[in-house]
Write a protein that binds this ligand. Structure first.
Ligand SMILES: Cc1cc2nc3c(=O)[nH]c(=O)nc-3n(C[C@H](O)[C@H](O)[C@H](O)COP(=O)(O)O)c2cc1C
Length: 169
């Protein structure tokens, strides 16, 4: 780690922070919910973290402009679908396709709560919204876990340095 190199990006700059975060490997999830009239909505996300096991809970950071945020908060229930290593191409739909053209029926089931569950997910965690607080450009959503569905074991998709990757080993 350098400390006094003139070419070093100053700590705390947006660009320095962006570059630092590109070095942080993350799992990839599709977080999904439904609008009041039953339309499925979802986006690909890396900002998903386990919060506690007592109570079982997790945190999401969702951009306030994302198509998912309003339906998720209004519905009050959402699914976190953890993707396997073969889903890098498939999940591009959930970052850039029009929001109303993302869900192909064959890929999804309905949970008893009504939210979509991805058939090939490593695991799907169903949560109720416990809190949603704005922070800058994002909403920090706290979810209370109400159900988990475990798929056939496979290895997780990784997002690192702007690309999808497979875990080594
Ligand atoms: C690998 C990856 C991870 C992402 N993670 C997040 C995330 O954690 N939170 C978020 O709000 N958007 C995230 N996005 C962006 C969303 O997937 C989506 O592109 C954006 O919200 C625009 O969606 P919309 O067209 O539905 O509004 C990520 C995109 C990619 C490619």
């Amino acid at each position: 780690m350098t400390s006094s190199n003139e070419s070093e990006i100053p700590h705390g700059t947006t660009e320095g922070f962006r570059r630092a975060m590109r070095a942080l490997a993350s799992g990839v999830c599709i977080v999904a919910s439904r609008t009041a009239d039953g339309q499925a909505r979802g986006i690909a996300m890396t900002a998903v973290m386990s919060l506690s096991f007592d109570p079982p809970s997790l945190l999401l950071a969702i951009n306030r402009t994302a198509s998912l945020i309003e339906p998720l908060i209004e519905n009050g229930t959402f699914s976190v679908n953890i993707l396997g290593e073969d889903d890098g191409d498939w999940c591009q739909t959930f970052t850039s396709a029009p929001f109303d053209e993302r869900f192909k029926e064959d890929d999804w089931l309905d949970h008893a709560s009504g939210v979509p569950v991805y058939r090939r997910a490593i695991a799907t965690v169903i949560c109720d919204v416990d809190a949603a607080d704005p922070f800058g450009t994002h909403m920090i959503v706290r979810g209370l876990v109400r159900d988990c569905e475990l798929g056939d074991h496979t290895r997780a998709l990784i997002y690192l340095d702007g690309s999808y990757a497979r875990a080594a080993g």
